[in-house]
Ligand binder design. Structure first.
Ligand code: FDA
Length: 305
């Protein structure tokens, strides 16, 4: 049953009609639990509050699968707007973005021009940029663009998904770039030809890449809500004398907020991924796909109205 629900919400997450309608009608159906608002001012207020509680942030202007230059350029402008807000308001925040929203599906020239504009603004404002990883189809291209930008900029990182078979090789290939990586299980619906179908295998591979990246001395963001993985990481760094400066934990806004505070209080760097913007629909559907409890939360909210 859980798998059927997961596939259903992942299917819905790609529906273009619903994506467009959601933009028109504003944050609905309990999405505000996972999305910090529709404007940068609302998102900045959420980040300020997190910072006051000892949590760091990475802000994400929501948007994906953009298919025209005008929209891609606007998405890049919005990212720059967020970077400038971080600088101006001295927020303890990085930014995260998706290359499909910067024009990756349109042309190499458009995505690179937008990324260069963003990276220059980020450099000026001392803001770190993480390129989110999207579906398998875009993985190779995303890594290529990351590598190209990494040669020019220090303040850039990307994401590696434990569920992909290619991941171990990708980590080896990335090693020479000394990359700062966010390691995740993976959120998209992928075929069993390219990704581990069993959760236990994903978890094993996840542990493997956490160990590998830490032992190679690179900065590692362990982005998960899974206590087993968090405890594994804590023990591993302790056993190997790896300092708290070499890694951090990351979680999504609205998910396990008490655990986020607890980890920060224990002295670990805890970063919260804070999405905002009008294009919240696909992100929200993926959060529902991850956990049936999130769906019942939404249904309860709907019944109350
Ligand atoms: P999983 O979903 O397996 O959950 C494991 C356990 O965590 C559960 O059994 C439960 O104990 C606990 N848990 C989970 N949710 C909970 C909740 N709501 N309340 C209480 N307990 C809960 N993916 C991707 O493909 N590309 C990307 O760029 C990113 N970026 C990203 C950034 C950040 C900061 C995070 C945290 C995650 C991502 N992801 C991502 C998403 C990631 O791939 C994955 O889909 C989700 O994090 C869910 O997987 P978990 O590792 O949390 O474990």
């Amino acid at each position: 049953m859980e798998n059927v629900m997961r596939n259903f919400f992942l299917f819905l997450s790609k529906n273009k009609f619903l994506t467009r309608s959601a933009k028109k009608y504003g944050l609905r159906f309990g999405a505000a639990r996972f999305v910090a608002g529709e404007t940068i001012e609302q998102a900045a207020a959420v980040i300020r509050d997190l910072n006051e509680k000892g949590l760091k942030a990475t802000i994400d202007y929501l948007g994906e699968f953009v298919d025209n230059k005008k929209e891609a350029d606007q998405m890049a402008d919005n990212c720059i707007n967020a970077i400038e807000a971080i600088g101006r308001e001295k927020l303890d925040s990085q930014i995260s973005l998706k290359l499909t929203s910067m024009g990756m599906d349109i042309s190499d020239d458009i995505v690179m021009a937008n990324m260069k504009r963003i990276m220059e603004a980020a450099k000026e404002n001392h803001v770190f940029v993480t390129i989110d990883m999207e579906d398998y189809e875009r993985c190779e291209k995303t890594l290529q663009i990351f590598k190209q930008l990494r040669l020019e900029y220090d303040n850039i990182g990307t994401v590696i998904q434990a569920y992909l078979f290619r991941t171990l090789q990708d980590m080896k290939d990335l090693d020479e770039y000394a990359p700062s990586l966010r390691l995740v299980k993976g959120a998209y619906k992928e075929s069993s030809e390219v990704a581990f179908p069993d959760k236990a295998d994903v978890d094993e591979n996840y542990k493997k890449i956490i160990q590998m990246h830490l032992l190679h001395g690179h900065y590692t963001a362990v982005a998960t809500h899974d206590d087993a993985i968090i405890e594994f990481t804590k023990q591993f760094v302790k056993d190997n004398n790896i300092s708290n400066d070499q890694f951090e934990f990351q979680m999504l806004y609205g998910i396990r907020p008490e655990r986020q505070l607890e980890l920060a209080k224990q002295g670990y760097t805890m970063r919260v991924y804070v999405p905002y913007g009008t294009d919240w629909y696909g992100y929200f559907m993926r959060r529902l796909a991850e956990r049936p409890a999130n769906v019942s939360f939404v249904l309860k909210g709907l019944l109350k109205k």
